[in-house]
Structure formats: C-alpha cells, structure tokens
Design a protein around this ligand. Sequence first.
Ligand code: FES
Length: 120
Amino acid sequence: MARVIVMDLSRHNTVMIGHDRYFVLHEGERSVLVRDHCPHRGGPLSLARRTPDGRRLSCPWHGTKVGVSAVKRSCLPMVRSGDEAVVVLPETGVPVSVIHKEILANLPPDPTHDEGAESR
Ligand code: FES
C-alpha cells in the first residue's frame, strides 16, 4: 500500500525518505518532485545550475550535465493545487520528513556555464 503526504509548497521543497532526498523542480508552470541524486556519483542536483539552454543541470560535484528530462524520469507522483501538493511515496517503512532546502536548480540558467561532460 502506498503512503500519501501533503506538502505546503510555500514552506517546503524537499522530502527525505530515509536517506533518499527528493526536491521540487520547477518546469515552467509545472512542478515535479525529483530525486536529488546525480547519476555520476550521487551529487546533489538541487544545487546544480541550469545550462544556458535550460535543458540540463550542471552537477556541482564534477560538472556532469544531466538532462532535465532524465531527472524528471525519477519523479514521484505529485498533484499540485496552488501551494498544496499531494505526493504518493513508495511504501518503504523508512522515516519521511518534509523540509525546506536551498534549491539552485530552480534559478535562471547560468550564463557563465561552459560545455563539458554530459549524461542523458
Ligand atoms: S556526482 Fe555529479 S558530476 Fe559527479
């Protein structure tokens, strides 16, 4: 059986499920709750900045460019209405907490970005 939580997005943007962290990524008018985990070595994609084209996140650990579409594939089911979001979590039996964290990935693209390694 799934576990459902309600988030107040005006106060919280991050969900901890045991040791796994998910953050609210804004994509235009939509918001998705995605895993805060770089596919290279697990860096915090919430602290990544977008490339100038806005299509990738540049991981702060080693600079891998991760496609936003790939990041979105890690999302948990979430329905948003205003500042309220209903999220369906996997039933893992681990503690869950909802917190506020700095999210750089939602800032405008970084104009100083240079092209480098890429992961899709
Ligand atoms: S952990 Fe993200 S680039 Fe290495």
